[in-house]
Design a protein around this ligand. Structure first.
Ligand SMILES: [Fe+2]
Length: 261
């Protein structure tokens, strides 16, 4: 992993123990304060080329979903009135290459299965014990945004996500977010304002290939803007859990990969 992960810049493994502890504590503090721990140049350039090449080979296995949802990922069926936050629908068009279509011997899988990485992420999140996800499709998948792909404004269902910025598109595919507004007194008016195009409070996280991102998406409203151009935006999603053996529901599998088994 020395040739793949930038352990010189991010000493979470193989360094002096006090240096490791200090580095991880800094990451933890940033994550607790902002809900975002962003580590640019986490993957070294030669490994990034290998990962992008691997993902390109599996592109035919991507399943694309096209759906509408509100910011809370619901599709409400009893109308409350046009313009309400609950009834403002966002569009999401995204593909996903499932874990069972990823070569077990690939570099991506080696990274996912590397315990020191899992343990590092667990410590940043303050989760112990911490396990890899056991879902045959969702454990480590790759999000694929091709021309016209986007992910509308939403809060995630899960507390956190771990993603790797692998390949950026020619245009669009910007990650925009409004930090930590979930649970605020004026949450509804802030969400409504963003959904209706107000840019106040909207921040942009640059997509720099090679970046590892630990993101608390349940508290932070976020989206991926529409992609254009022939190069797909590729983002591996590494899933973990606080209990062993955790899997997705059949509903989630059908939504993201078009099949339950
Ligand atoms: Fe999300």
């Amino acid at each position: 992993m020395n040739e793949c992960i930038n352990l010189g810049k991010y000493p979470f493994y193989g360094a002096d123990e006090s240096l490791e502890d200090e580095f991880i504590a800094d990451c933890r503090q940033v994550y607790r304060r902002t809900g975002i721990c962003e580590l640019p140049e986490f993957i070294l350039p030669s490994a990034l080329d290998i990962l992008a090449g691997e993902a390109s080979q599996w592109m035919d296995s991507a399943y694309f979903c096209d759906n509408s949802h509100n910011a809370y990922l619901d599709t409400p069926d009893c109308p409350k009135g046009p313009g309400s936050v609950e009834h403002t629908m966002e569009r999401t068009v995204v593909g996903s290459i499932p874990y069972d279509r990823i070569d077990p011997g690939s570099l991506l899988n080696q990274i996912y299965l590397w315990d020191p990485l899992k343990d590092f992420i667990g410590r940043v999140l303050g989760k112990s014990p911490f396990y890899r996800f056991s879902d045959p499709m969702g454990a480590c998948s790759i999000n694929v945004f091709v021309e016209g792909g986007e992910h509308g404004w939403h809060f995630d269902e899960s507390e956190y996500s771990v993603t790797l910025m692998l390949q950026s598109p020619e245009q669009g595919g910007e990650f925009e977010y409004v930090p930590r507004i979930r649970g605020m007194e004026n949450e509804q008016s802030m969400v409504g304002s963003v959904l209706h195009g107000n840019r106040s409070g909207v921040e942009n996280l640059p997509f720099v290939p090679g970046t590892l991102l630990i993101f608390g998406g349940k508290q932070t409203l976020h989206r991926v803007t529409r992609v254009s151009g022939p190069t797909p935006r590729l983002v591996p999603v590494l899933c973990f859990a606080e209990e062993p053996g955790r899997v997705n529901s059949e509903k989630v599998r059908k939504l993201f990969w078009g099949r339950a088994t």
